[in-house]
Design a protein around this ligand. Structure first.
Ligand SMILES: [Zn+2]
Length: 270
């Protein structure tokens, strides 16, 4: 893991991105249609780009999205990718009672496992936050990795309070997430849409810095409903071409990077 590892992650939240923010979205069909775009239009474009460059990727999909968009979820599997755990309904964990969070966790795990025939190895929380029991649940269900924290540019072992777990954290970063640039609604005050060139410059400069350092990981975290528009697929593809042309980074899946990192990190615990 001396060189830079690049992990492409896609959170297919569809309508649940909006329902998780505000359950009142259930009575706003136009708002929900912004989420549906990800499953209907964005995802096929992403799968085409990944196929064109023969690149690995990791998809996080809430159980409810699998139930609402089974064909979209199936297309992820048909393209050779795995689906990791992203809760059942994308409810924000820090707003839930412990028993509600457990229900979200177990139901989502059950839907992904039965739909894909594979038990998910990794977890990403909705809207980037944990509750007091989230890491307990990851440990209880034997998860291999989490991709949620913002405190490092390298994989590390997640802590549960004062104790180090054997769950590998694959950290993310706002500049490498599409939401801050492109998550827009006239009902979300203060947001503006950023230009494709701004995002491309951010992503390529993140790569160019990290690739010069030892043992770094770059986890790109995007949403088909945002990155799946043509002007943004352009950004994704130019970014991938930039990384490929540089040639020093290795593309891998989140699960594979977690396994490689664990092999180095767990013995170091002593
Ligand atoms: Zn999400």
């Amino acid at each position: 893991m001396a060189g830079l590892s690049v992990v492409l992650t896609f959170d297919l939240d569809a309508e649940t991105l909006w329902l998780g923010r505000d359950p009142e979205a259930a009575r706003r069909p136009v708002m929900l249609s912004m989420g549906r775009y990800g499953a209907v239009e964005g995802l096929p474009r992403i799968l085409q780009v990944l196929k064109r460059h023969s690149l690995p990727a990791t998809f996080f999909v809430p159980g409810l999205v699998i139930e609402w968009h089974p064909r979209a979820a199936e297309s992820i599997l048909e393209a050779g990718f795995v689906i990791e755990h992203h809760t059942y309904s994308h409810a924000w964990l820090d707003t839930l009672a412990p028993e509600q969070e457990r229900e979200e966790f177990e139901r989502g795990l059950e839907v992904v496992t039965s739909f894909t025939g594979r038990r998910p190895r990794g977890f990403r929380s909705p809207a980037a936050e944990f509750s007091a029991i989230t890491v307990d649940l990851l440990e209880e269900y034997g998860f291999a990795f989490s991709s949620n924290m913002f405190d490092s540019d390298s994989p590390y072992l997640l802590r549960n309070g004062d104790r180090v777990t054997d769950i590998v954290e694959l950290p993310i970063a706002w500049p490498l997430i599409d939401g801050p640039f492109w998550l827009y609604s006239h009902r979300l005050p203060g947001r503006t849409i950023q230009s494709p060139s701004t995002v491309l410059e951010t992503w390529t400069r993140e790569h160019d810095g990290l690739v010069e350092e030892e043992g770094r990981s770059l986890v790109l975290a995007t949403h088909p409903q945002l990155v799946g528009r043509p002007s943004r697929i352009w950004v994704l593809e130019r970014f991938l071409e930039h990384v490929l042309a540089d040639g020093r980074a290795t593309f891998t899946t989140a699960a594979e990077l977690a396994e490689a990192a664990r092999a180095e990190l767990v013995p170091a615990l002593g």
